[in-house]
Design a protein around this ligand. Structure first.
Ligand code: C5P
Length: 222
């Protein structure tokens, strides 16, 4: 079994995505962006007009999705049936739809094997909501990365503005709070720190400070 494994869970806007990319690159390990899987599923469901509460159809779709992640020069292309849909996945509509399909138990179990398959040599950084609690409970280093909702809304706002989206920060804050509430309070695999997770609050930290903290911790525990 591969023991080089760091799980990083937390709410959206906590800096997880960026931190995970940097760590995977520094360590030359694989990266699992599990949120992307839920987003791809939601995107595919919206395209096929599958209702977001149709558990059976969503689970079938989850089992048969033809997805691959291919690195390009600067990042990773997300291919759905060979088509790059990376730039379609980061919208709030898809994020909210992802959080709806993610509350369905059949969907989560359908995506489990796909996620576990990412654990390959030389190691894996696993980014999500339930990496340390459900998908990789055996991980020796588990991080829970948090930040205040206001700070997370500000970060998302900056990101979206950089990409040219016209958005209001008040709306982002309310969407973030709504999605958080759903993710933290759902019956199946709710967003919560594993008992043995190390909690980092990034509200007042830079990305590099978070990365350094995690690397220090990794040296101590791996
Ligand atoms: O991290 P990201 O914002 O891309 O995730 C989108 C949604 O997918 C989250 O709001 C959450 O509901 C769901 N998700 C999940 N479990 C994961 C990763 C994401 O339920 N491991």
């Amino acid at each position: 079994s591969v023991s080089n494994l760091i799980t990083i869970d937390g709410p959206s806007g906590s800096g997880k995505g960026t931190v995970c990319h940097i760590l995977a690159k520094k360590l030359q390990w694989h990266l699992l962006d599990s949120g992307a899987l839920y987003r791809i599923l939601a995107y595919a469901a919206l395209q096929k007009n599958i209702l977001l509460n149709d558990s059976k159809k969503l689970a079938d779709l989850a089992l048969t999705l033809d997805v691959s992640f291919v690195s390009n020069g600067t990042g990773v292309d997300t291919l759905l049936a060979g088509k790059n849909i990376g730039d379609k996945l980061r919208t709030e509509i898809v994020g909210t739809a992802a959080s709806e399909v993610a509350s369905i138990e059949l969907v989560r179990s359908a995506l489990l094997a796909r996620q576990k398959a990412f654990l390959q040599k030389p190691g894996l950084i696993a980014d999500g909501r339930d990496m340390g609690t459900v998908v990789f409970p055996e991980a020796k280093v588990k991080i829970f990365l948090d930040a205040s909702a206001e700070e997370r809304a500000q970060r998302r706002f900056n990101q979206l503005q950089d990409k040219g989206f016209n958005v209001s920060i008040a709306q982002i804050l309310s969407e973030i709070k709504e999605r958080d509430y759903r993710d933290r309070n759902r019956a199946i695999a709710p967003l919560q720190p594993a008992d043995d997770a190390f909690v980092i609050d990034s509200t007042e930290l830079t990305i590099n400070e978070v990365v350094e903290q995690i690397l220090t911790l990794t040296e101590l525990k791996l």
